[in-house]
Design a protein around this ligand. Structure first.
Ligand code: SAM
Length: 282
């Protein structure tokens, strides 16, 4: 993977990346997200809500740990890049002094703005990260469901910018899809001219090193479903099971334990994960 700066990126690459970014944002704008709790246009709303419960709890855990370790009289600033309908912006707002939530897709932005209108901690902008300058240095950044559609050059560019606006000791929480072995690049079936990149832990370690960051942890953020059981549940239309409190609590407890024990990613399947990175002090 190459490390590039703004001046190194050729005009052709730049316009190619800009076109790709446009296609990605247009896709999300046209399709929307399947519910307020979902990061995707496709998922069943019960499963989306189930997964959002677990992921929001895990994100809260990370934020509590971060705030306990970095006491600054509750002045931490957050950034949610590609906030969608704000499911993680609202979690950030519970723990931080203020949060910038940016979303370039106009229709999602309108809904995001509406959802956040009574949450004074959240400042919403209709912008891509590439065109946005945070008004102050940031302590915590969340990037969820964005980078798997980016090629390597876009990631380098994106991460360099992210890092330049991050306080030393600040953290980046990336929610992405990874595989334990070889990186997989698969033509996207929904975004024109795009590929889905299922990267591996080594890739993200490399990114961290290039940006003077430490990779703290990669851990699964949603359960690994048993495919046979999932098919039975779907066939008998039992998806409401996912909305039962004890089912959600059990799943959260299991994933949280796996996170503590660093017992992760033993499967060859694509894993939905949180990747936490911290910017080194110097
Ligand atoms: C899959 S959705 C995820 C939404 C939300 N983060 C979540 O997890 O529920 C990805 C969002 O990222 C936005 N996005 C993609 N590239 C972006 C960029 N460079 N800057 C800001 N937002 C971006 C898209 O418009 C889309 O709304």
């Amino acid at each position: 993977m190459t490390k590039i700066s703004d001046t190194q990126i050729s005009d052709a690459q730049k316009s190619g990346s800009q076109e790709l970014l446009k296609s990605i944002v247009n896709y999300w704008d046209a399709k929307g997200l399947c519910s307020l709790e979902s990061s995707t246009s496709l998922k069943n709303k019960y499963i989306a809500s189930f997964e959002n419960f677990i992921e929001s709890r895990l994100l809260s855990d990370i934020l509590v740990e971060y705030c306990q370790y970095n006491r600054k009289n509750d002045t931490h600033i957050g950034l949610d890049v590609g906030a969608g309908l704000g499911r993680f912006s609202v979690v950030l707002a519970r723990h931080l002094k203020s949060v910038y939530a940016i979303e370039p897709a106009p229709r999602l932005y309108t809904k995001l703005k509406d959802r956040c209108k009574d949450i004074p901690e959240i400042n919403v902008s209709n912008a891509s990260f590439e065109s946005f300058t945070p008004p102050e240095m940031v302590d915590v950044t969340v990037v969820s469901g964005v980078l798997y559609l980016y090629n390597d050059e876009m990631i380098s560019h994106f991460m360099a910018k992210l890092c330049s606006h991050l306080q030393p000791g600040g953290i980046v929480i990336i929610r992405d899809f990874i595989v334990p072995g070889e990186i997989r690049k698969i033509k996207s079936s929904y975004v024109k001219e795009a590929y889905c990149y299922y990267r591996n832990p080594d890739y993200w370690r490399n990114v961290a090193e290039q940006q003077n960051m430490d990779l703290i942890q990669i851990f699964r953020s949603v359960p690994l479903y048993n495919l046979f059981v999932s098919k039975i549940i779907a066939f008998f239309r039992l998806n409401r099971l996912y909305s039962l409190s004890f089912v959600k609590e059990q799943a959260y407890a299991k994933i949280s334990k796996a996170r503590q024990e660093r017992d992760n990613l033993r499967t060859e399947r694509v894993n939905t994960v949180f990747i936490t990175l911290v910017k080194k002090a110097s």
